[in-house]
Write a protein that binds this ligand. Structure first.
Ligand code: ADP
Length: 495
């Protein structure tokens, strides 16, 4: 897929009509307050979302339940469901540039990355799980005697999915694709600051032949629409990506309602660890900058804590500052932009507070940390490198979800491992070393879902993303994700 600036600009000039909810295959108004959509590119109003009230959400969940119970989707031949999901992947690819531009106007991710990370990975994800449909099936257990024990794998029923704003289409596809592939119905609640591409995805799903009622989308505020979804007695499984605070609430809602299973992906404070014996320190410095600053730091696996061996700290910081200064921050619709907009004003203000607070606590702001390009009206931040951050500081422990890198030095491998694990999170990590034994010791020792060695941030749909500790539970992507969307049932038969 190639992109040219003229096409981007043409698509970006199109007005976006007010949005509606998708319930039972019909586009309907919400009963709640509409939610204005502000583009982070220029701070201007782009359009508005329908606000789904608790009653709207209840309707969507009831429709999803009925669609599951009557077998209009789960009852189709596997080859037919597979064809529909492949068709959806085709449609995502055919509309990739349109989807990427719409998403960037909504959430501010730089377009060069958005095209690959959003429609690109969404299409790949739908294809992957489409292919799984007729390749994942039950088992015959090795029982003793005259007994036949069959283990069936069945869809769970209605899946509620609540997703965030940083990569809505990609993360949405990580939930919706395996859920639909296994025959479930879905009610999706996108983030209020990034709903547009997922509404378009739902439109494409209808066009591809997903039966009405099987895939529903309710937009609105988390505390209204999201809460109603999480409390719904019709939802069997809730899958979520977002903040730890919301994750905690979802567990409460589950306890207060029907004990629905909750699978949570809750972000991280991932250590990127540079040893003095790294094969190429200059390359590591460039990669460390991208590990935290792409998508303006709004990446759940971002390498947001740089742990660097003290003997190379000064040289490394210099190379890192140089690599960061060379990054082009600006309008995310420009093809040359490497760091786009911060998603919202509230997010930007939170980022700035982290920098100010760490400075007041004695850390050293090596570069960046200020709001820039204010004349555009948009939300941009000069990527910040903050050195000499102590493990007791908030910047060391809490997820900023912005372009702010915390740097801490270590002396020994044991200290590096200790600092790496000195966090409540456990999503990702990076290790830079030419010592094979050390690389494997760190992979074993770090409590995280993924440890990158001599690179940072690579992934695809074939590998799980599964948080340890307070980064969550359950896996997105890979065949392991199917566990969340299927139930096991044993048939114990006397012969
Ligand atoms: P962030 O702070 O990064 O925006 P959130 O966890 O608040 O992360 O948001 C992730 C998703 O959770 C969004 O779709 C948001 O609307 C939703 N959400 C927020 N609060 C609640 C809540 N109380 N109940 C259900 N969903 C919520």
């Amino acid at each position: 897929m190639t992109l040219d600036q003229a096409t981007i600009d043409r698509l970006a000039a199109k007005p976006v009509p007010p949005q509606r909810l998708l319930i039972g295959g019909n586009w309907v108004e919400g009963e709640g307050e509409p939610v204005p959509v502000i583009s982070p590119i220029n701070g201007a109003r782009l359009t508005e979302l329908a606000g789904a009230s608790a009653a709207d959400v209840a309707r969507a969940c009831a429709v999803a339940r009925a669609a599951f119970d009557d077998g209009r989707w789960a009852g189709l031949a596997p080859a037919d469901r597979k064809r529909v999901l492949h068709r959806l992947a085709d449609l995502i690819e055919a509309h990739a540039v349109e989807l990427a531009v719409l998403g960037v106007r909504d959430n501010g991710t730089e377009i060069s990355m958005a095209l690959k990370a959003e429609p690109g990975s969404a299409a790949a994800t739908f294809r992957y799980y489409a292919e799984a449909i007729d390749k994942v099936y039950g088992e015959v257990a090795p029982t003793a005697g005259n007994v036949l024990a069959l283990i069936h794998r069945e869809p769970v029923g209605v899946v509620g999915a609540i997703v965030p704003w940083n990569f809505p289409l990609m993360i949405g596809a990580w939930k919706v694709a395996p859920a639909l592939a296994m025959g479930n119905s879905v009610v999706l609640k996108p983030a209020e600051t990034a709903s547009l591409t997922l509404l378009r995805l739902a439109e494409l799903a209808l066009e591809a032949g997903v039966p009405p009622g099987v895939f529903n989308v309710v937009t609105g505020q988390g505390r209204v629409t999201g809460e109603a979804l999480a409390l719904s007695p019709d939802v069997d499984v809730l899958v979520f990506t977002g903040s730890g605070a919301t994750g905690r609430r979802l567990l409460e809602y589950s306890a207060r309602s029907n004990l629905k299973r909750c699978y949570l992906e809750l972000g991280g404070k991932s250590p990127n660890i540079v040893f003095a014996d790294a094969p190429d320190l200059a390359a590591a410095a460039k990669a460390a900058a991208m590990a935290i600053f792409r998508n303006a730091g709004q990446v759940c696996v971002a390498g947001s804590r740089l742990l660097v061996e003290a003997s190379v700290q000064e040289d490394f910081l210099e190379a890192l500052a140089k690599a960061t200064a060379a990054l082009r921050v600006g309008n995310p619709l420009d093809l040359g932009t490497q760091v786009g907009a911060v998603n919202s004003l509230a997010q930007l203000e939170g980022n700035l507070r982290f920098v100010a607070e760490s400075r007041a606590e004695g850390a050293e702001v090596v570069r960046g940390g200020a709001r820039i390009l204010t004349e555009t009206g948009g939300y941009y931040m000069d990527p910040a490198i903050v050195a000499r951050v102590a493990p007791s500081q908030r910047l060391f422990r809490e997820e900023v979800f912005g372009p702010v890198l915390a740097v801490t030095a270590f002396e020994t491998e044991a200290e590096a491992l200790h600092l790496a694990n000195a966090t409540d999170y456990g999503l990702a990590a990076g290790v830079w070393t030419a010592n094979l034994g050390r690389a494997h010791r760190m992979v074993r020792g770090i409590r995280a879902g993924v440890v990158h060695v001599n690179t940072y941030g690579g992934a695809d749909v074939t590998v799980p993303l599964a948080g340890a500790k307070q980064s969550g539970n359950g896996a997105d992507k890979s065949l392991h994700a199917l566990e969340k969307y299927t139930d096991l049932k044993t048939a114990w038969i006397q012969l």
